[in-house]
Write a protein that binds this ligand. Structure first.
Ligand code: DGL
Length: 254
């Protein structure tokens, strides 16, 4: 059985790469729903339906657990997906999101004034705030939607993305200690952002999820023990493109 990853596009590939670097022994399968990207402006029901079908596809291809490497899906539909899957389709499989591990990572630091950027849906869901409030009252979260970033990142226009983002968050970065990149696509901007804002701590999920997953597997031997260990990697996209072929080559040498 494999570890599955689901995302709307290339953001999740950064997570897959980071997880595979830390845990190379397992078999991995990735499904990127590129034909329906971006998810960030869709309705909650649309996001749920698309994610549900994507996850079922991964289950049909032997994913034992699926990491929803997409904040938008994690924010809007994780609980509903987990309930349906547990109660109706695959009670023995697991679906994990990326928001709770990210909130935990923030809590492990001293940051108290934190800026969160994400898709429109992620920000409007207030999910980060909700999870944070369950754990602490000491952190002030300033949430800001940056819906223009995903299309630019997908089109390989990271410089343009950074320029627009800088102007957009200019006032806010003056009074925060940390920035959460609340969309897996934004991990591709982390290096540039660290150069521009060296005094701000940047939380990037490719640096958070691998350790959290390792820890999860160490606590769940019923899952870990049935994962196969052939180091295989399958990447499925609902729409192929040259850009993705390049990324697959650079990230995974395939
Ligand atoms: N990368 C995804 C996220 O983390 C989704 C981006 C999109 O499809 O809008 O939110």
């Amino acid at each position: 059985m494999k570890i599955g990853f689901f995302d709307s596009g290339l953001g999740g590939l950064t997570l897959l790469k980071a997880v595979r670097d830390l845990l190379p022994q397992y078999d991995y399968i990735y499904f990127g729903d590129t034909i329906n990207l971006p998810y960030g402006n869709k309705s909650e029901d649309e996001i749920y339906q698309l994610a549900f079908h994507g996850i079922q596809k991964l289950f049909a291809m032997d994913a034992e657990l699926v990491i929803i490497a997409c904040n938008t899906v994690s924010a809007e539909s994780l609980r509903r997906l987990q309930d349906t899957i547990f109660n109706h389709t695959h009670p023995e499989r697991r679906v994990l999101g990326v928001i709770i591990p990210t909130v935990e990572a923030v809590l492990e630091t001293e940051a108290r004034n934190v800026l969160l950027i994400g898709t429109k849906r992620t920000i409007e869901s207030n999910k980060y705030e909700y999870e944070l409030k369950k754990m602490t009252n000491t952190i002030r979260l300033h949430a800001h939607a940056t819906p223009y970033l995903v299309p630019l990142i997908e089109e390989h226009k990271s410089d343009e993305a950074i320029n627009i983002l800088r102007k957009d968050i200019e006032e806010k970065v003056g009074y925060v200690e940390a920035l959460i990149l609340g969309c897996t696509h934004y991990t591709l901007l982390k290096d540039a952002l660290r150069v521009i804002y060296p005094e701000i701590r940047i939380f990037s999920q490719d640096e958070i999820i691998p350790e959290k997953l390792k820890n999860y597997l160490s606590r769940h031997s019923e899952i870990e023990s049935i994962l196969t260990r052939n180091k295989s990697l399958t990447i499925l996209l609902s729409k192929e493109s040259e850009r993705y072929n390049e990324i697959k080559k650079v990230f995974f040498g395939i």
